[in-house]
Design a binder for this molecule. Structure first.
Ligand code: GLA
Length: 725
């Protein structure tokens, strides 16, 4: 039993390696007792030893007990206006505050379905759910806290559901998916993934001091700048030792993760929809469900934390039908031709790609309406038959005849002012009354809170995808939201725009992916501006970054790997010099950097010589051979890029791939030595030259890397595990 009531009103959740304890205390406040390794049956309430702390007031029911203050206690779901001055998980726009107290519990087999939201799936071992019922007697708002337990992946999936049981409307102004309090007594670190367009998810680590550190987005997307996935760590946590708690939001819109170290050295992490600009009206009887947040803990360092998240995402998040399906090696027309193509350009790319053993051609931006630059045409999803010199289906047939499948780029959520859609429906965009709209890439954002808009888009794209033989879609989103006003919503619901926008996007994704279930969708937002668990529920892969420079990519992919497995990472070989940085690199370097992902190309085959074409054929063959390992194997970070090389290892029971880039080659140096991870110590591993080493030796003595030369030198070593007779 993963969930147990171990004493009256003490709840214990046990996963394979972790234990979580909650107590409904004498005042019906939900106390957080423990989240850590298993306790051997010990209830951890003895750690709740609170003195009378100055200026920490007590709740009314504590009477004269000055030691009972919500400002000092570890809690499960702290609320605003209760005398807890730290960050809170939930609050109402109401001078009476919100004071949620425990009323009862339920233990469910399986998990509740969250309507309209991406969520962790029932797959593999059965899930169990603890529901804690809370209520505020004064405002008559209730809140159910959900703890969905995935024992095998050591995951506890949290969310909250509010309901207005009063006779008048209330407004929620903060509704976190999770709050987690951590005991005092040691410094706590916070890892976030920061960046910008073309430089997403840079590993950023700091030690918390008294005060608040926030990572969040107000852009209506999870963003390039921060990622909705953060890690709390112990003071000395490394890849292989120390505790780490990862929190990953299953959401793609504006979010916030706040970590606060309080005056007593306790730490609180609160994560959910960004409260900035959020105000949600609940009429009597209405309810509000937060997105889910996945908590995973490791007491063996960051590597194990990542392995657990990877397994959970592969098993329980991405669309099940793509879990074991080989993914195509693709070529995308964007960096090959940008907007400047005609039928011949596309067919030339297709034929040359077929000759290089590529599986799928993706026709990127520029195929529709008057879209010959990024200033016009978005919204008009009629095929530009003049530019394509015929119908789309006839082009697809020619591409298919050349031997390639066909994929297409779309950007459903956007419109250019210079488009027929905007001219017909100027009220279909987000825009504040009386103001001009904020433009981004010269485009406006469609009002996805309006079901009429979503229905229109569904009709347009389901027709496109059923009328034409399209097997892959790149779903892009190329600006941040700014205007927070929808003409579709009444005045008192304008604070709901950003979240309702996301619900509209999810609705469209859900309907479209169900309408054409065999079409592979790849997410994208100017590269990796919406690389999150919410999107992965619908699109099993996401274009990782518009920066295709292999050196830069190793840094981006390093940060991405902490939560997201390589099979979700869109990574391609592009031209040299690179279009974003101007860096010159060899094909081998570019291939090594792109290999741990969903491989492909962003270049014009016309520019390649015969030798390069031959190399590409070899690379594709190697990738196809390695894809099962990359998609299902265990991923280890062998180095961090700060060590002058980015090396990773992917291992399954048969093979080990050791790969990466060595940034600089040092003169007069010994061959670099790197210790491998997660091998069978007793097994023997053999390299391509027939050298045999035990797993034990490779994990302790290490592997000598081949000699490198130049900068960003690629390393690819494949070891086969010998079968025991
Ligand atoms: C975004 C994407 C690119 C490309 C362009 C097309 O920037 O990330 O890959 O599709 O849009 O406009």
């Amino acid at each position: 039993m993963a969930i147990q009531v171990i004493r009256d009103r003490i709840f214990q959740i046990e996963t394979e390696h972790t234990c979580y304890q909650i107590q409904a205390d004498r005042h019906n406040i939900l106390s957080h007792l423990w989240y850590g390794p298993k306790t051997g049956g010990q209830v951890m309430d003895y750690l709740q030893d609170y003195p009378d702390v100055g200026f920490a007031g007590s709740i009314a029911d504590a009477g004269n007990d000055r030691t009972y203050s919500l400002d000092t206690r570890l809690q499960e779901y702290p609320c605003e206006g209760t005398g807890d001055y730290r960050i809170s998980a939930a609050g109402l726009e109401d001078s009476r505050g919100l004071d949620l107290r425990y009323e009862g519990y339920e233990i469910l087999e399986g998990r509740p379905v969250l309507e309209g939201l991406p969520q962790i799936r029932e797959a593999g071992n059965p899930l169990q759910t603890l529901v804690l019922h809370l209520a505020d007697k004064v405002t008559e708002v209730t809140c159910d806290l959900f703890y969905v337990v995935d024992e095998e992946n050591d995951a506890i999936i949290r969310s909250a559901r509010f309901e207005n049981r009063s006779g008048r409307p209330v407004w929620l102004d903060r509704t976190a998916s999770l709050s987690l309090d951590v005991h005092h007594g040691e410094p706590v670190g916070l890892i976030t993934f920061t960046g910008k367009h073309n430089k997403e998810r840079q590993f950023t680590r700091r030690r918390l001091e008294q005060g608040i550190v926030s990572a969040g987005s107000t852009r209506g997307t999870s963003s390039h700048q921060q990622n909705p996935a953060v890690i709390l760590t112990g003071p000395d946590t490394t890849e292989t030792a120390g505790w780490a708690v990862g929190a990953m939001l299953v959401y793609s819109g504006s979010f916030r993760a706040d970590a606060e170290m309080d005056q007593l050295g306790q730490t609180r992490l609160v994560m959910g929809i960004n409260p900035y600009g959020f105000r949600w009206k609940l009429n009597p009887g209405e309810s509000f469900q937060t997105p889910e947040a996945v908590l995973i803990r490791s007491d063996e360092g960051l590597e194990v934390l990542s392995l657990r998240f990877h397994r959970l995402i592969r098993q329980r998040l991405i669309p099940p039908r793509f879990r074991n399906r080989p993914r195509p090696v693709l070529i995308n027309t964007w960096e090959a031709a940008y907007f400047n193509f005609d039928r011949k350009t596309i067919l030339d790319i297709a034929r040359q790609s077929a000759d290089m053993d590529i599986d799928l051609l993706v026709l990127d931006d520029g195929w529709f309406g008057s879209r010959n630059s990024d200033n016009a045409g978005l919204g008009d999803w009629e095929v530009n038959e003049k530019k394509l010199e015929g119908s789309l289906q006839s082009l697809i047939e020619e591409v298919n005849a050349a031997g390639l499948d066909f994929g297409i780029w779309i950007e459903p959520e956007m419109v250019n002012e210079d488009s027929n859609l905007y001219r017909t429906h100027p009220d279909w965009v987000l825009k504040a009354p009386g103001r001009g709209p904020v433009r981004g890439r010269n485009q406006l954002v469609l009002d996805m809170t309006n079901p009429e808009v979503v229905d229109h888009l569904f009709q347009v794209f389901s027709k496109l995808l059923t009328d034409n033989h399209i097997t892959y879609v790149k779903w892009d989103m190329n600006r941040s939201l700014a205007d927070r006003h929808s003409d579709h919503l009444p005045e008192d619901r304008q604070g709901e725009v950003h979240h309702r926008y996301m619900l509209g996007v999810y609705d469209l994704l859900d309907r479209l992916t169900k309408a054409v279930p065999d079409v592979l969708f790849e997410g994208c937002s100017g590269g990796g501006g919406r690389f999150d668990a919410g999107m992965l529920y619908y699109t099993p892969q996401i274009w990782c970054s518009d920066d295709t420079d292999p050196h830069e990519r190793t840094l981006i992919q390093y940060g991405t790997s902490f939560f997201y497995p390589p099979d979700t990472v869109g990574s391609h070989v592009s031209a040299s010099p690179n279009h974003q940085t101007g860096r010159r690199t060899s094909l081998d370097t570019r291939a090594a950097a792109a290999m741990p992902g969903t491989f492909g190309y962003e270049l014009d085959p016309e520019t390649l010589d015969d030798l390069e074409r031959e190399e590409i054929r070899g690379m594709n063959q190697l990738y196809r051979d390695l894809q099962p390992l990359i998609f299902h194997g265990r991923y280890y970070r062998l180095t961090n890029p700060g060590q002058g090389m980015a090396l990773w290892q992917i291992a399954d029971d048969d093979r080990v791939l050791v790969q990466g880039l060595v940034y600089e080659t040092e003169p007069n140096a010994l061959r670099r030595r790197v210790r491998l991870r997660g091998l069978d110590p007793k097994a023997v591993y053999r390299d391509a030259d027939g050298m045999r080493r035990t797993g034990q030796a490779l994990m302790t003595g290490g592997l000598l890397l081949p000699l490198t030369s130049g900068t960003d030198a690629p390393v690819t070593v494949i070891l086969e595990r010998e079968k025991t007779q």
